[in-house]
Design a protein around this ligand. Sequence first.
Ligand SMILES: [Zn+2]
Length: 183
Amino acid sequence: MGSLKFIVSVFLIFLVWLSIGLVKFDYLFNCFGPDLEPIGVSDAKIRAARKLFTRTPLIGEPIYFVKKTHCYNGWAGSSDASSVVVISQAVMDEFSIEELAGLIGHEIAHLENPLSNREHWEVDLRGAELTTKELMIKKLEKMAAVYTDIYDKNMIFGLPALRARLIVRDFRERLEKIKTFAK
Ligand SMILES: [Zn+2]
């Protein structure tokens, strides 16, 4: 009977561990949600980041929104009438103006050519052209750093750490490509 109790206890501890990992996973990586707020080009930080661009994008100025999420991400979308860049609140709060410029450069590069099936690093490459190589490197290094931090803090929870690790690897690969190919 002693060993059965032991096995049940271990199993319950495993379930608790798995549940905490799943809750953390959802909290850290589920960026979906409708909480968008327009911020516009009048936002000082957006305006400062846009001033760092060295080339004029092939599209008109997009409308900017902030998404109330702690995910570190940006999104781009367009309709016939307008194009939209969405930036997460965490990025707005924690990224420097230079890092933000790199992120906006990437999103505008998506908007210039929304239907192309370029690889993601090639979108970075165009973003580096619009801003500078240095700014795109700063943005990619920042992304790798924030997800490395998430990895470090979640190492004991398994799943979220694994996901963070894969994201860090993706950003580091993109970083190497930009260091190699951007002018
Ligand atoms: Zn992208």
